[in-house]
Design a protein around this ligand. Sequence first.
Ligand code: SF4
Ligand code: SF4
Length: 285
Amino acid sequence: MTMYGQGILRGLTITLRHLVRTYFNDMRYMGKKYFNQSEFELRQGMKTEGIYTVQYPEEKIAVPERFRFTPFLVVEDADHPERPGEDWCTSCGICAKVCPPQCIWIVRGEDPVTKRPIPEPQAFYIDIDICMNCGYCAEFCPFDAIKMDHDYEMASYDRTTAHIHDKEKLSKPFSYWLNIAPTTANEEAEARGSWEHSDTVKSKKKAGVPSVAYTPTTDPSQVMQMIRATMPEPAPAAEAAPTAERSAAAVAQAGPSAEDALKAERLRKRQEALARKLSKEAGSQ
Ligand code: SF4
Ligand code: SF4
């Protein structure tokens, strides 16, 4: 019993110490750490002491580098001199095989003339409502082509297809990965021997061609520009509004929207892919 009492006292002392430090820390920064953006960064760093509240969503704590939410696909930067915007994914299917809840769906690309398979995905879907953020896909990908994102604000009023991310929505430039996880991205580049895709590195080595002199940008505003340039068009304001705020009459009046057309197109592609898979399976039996 005495033992439990000591534990409680020790816990309370720690809380009290943090509380007192809050006031000393406030005096040190003259209260600025609550109002000034640059001082806000102090609150996220190792220098801060005490207890404080973050005014979410106006303020957001920076997530640690190893934080993982849903996966995204790495594509070359738009300013890459040889392969701008090209996929790193070779459509090998390993990530889909290892995914525990089986929420990855890939359709392998094919040569339009010979119809032979080519190492790039024609379609790539992840149902992020089913994804359990385990990171296995990123861990097992032999080409560093799928990574875990830091974007955790994905709530939506749409219960249909908003959370089935297609290739367009999943793709983000390599520089984005370098910006959110510089340590890992640098280690991986060191292991590959270049900023380039491992297949490109190997084929250039084989042919004796020098690696391209290219360094991805670490400027976040340039990265965001690249992301915006590759993202699908945002839905019109009326469609983006919460469902509860949209009356049935207003929806009926608006008719089929761009967002609906986009959803329909995604579903159509998915259905086509499913039909192809089923017919292939039927043929192999
Ligand atoms: S494991 Fe990597 S390269 Fe293979 S399909 Fe998945 S993302 Fe693409
Ligand atoms: S993070 Fe885990 S659950 Fe999510 S897609 Fe990757 S392997 Fe599947």
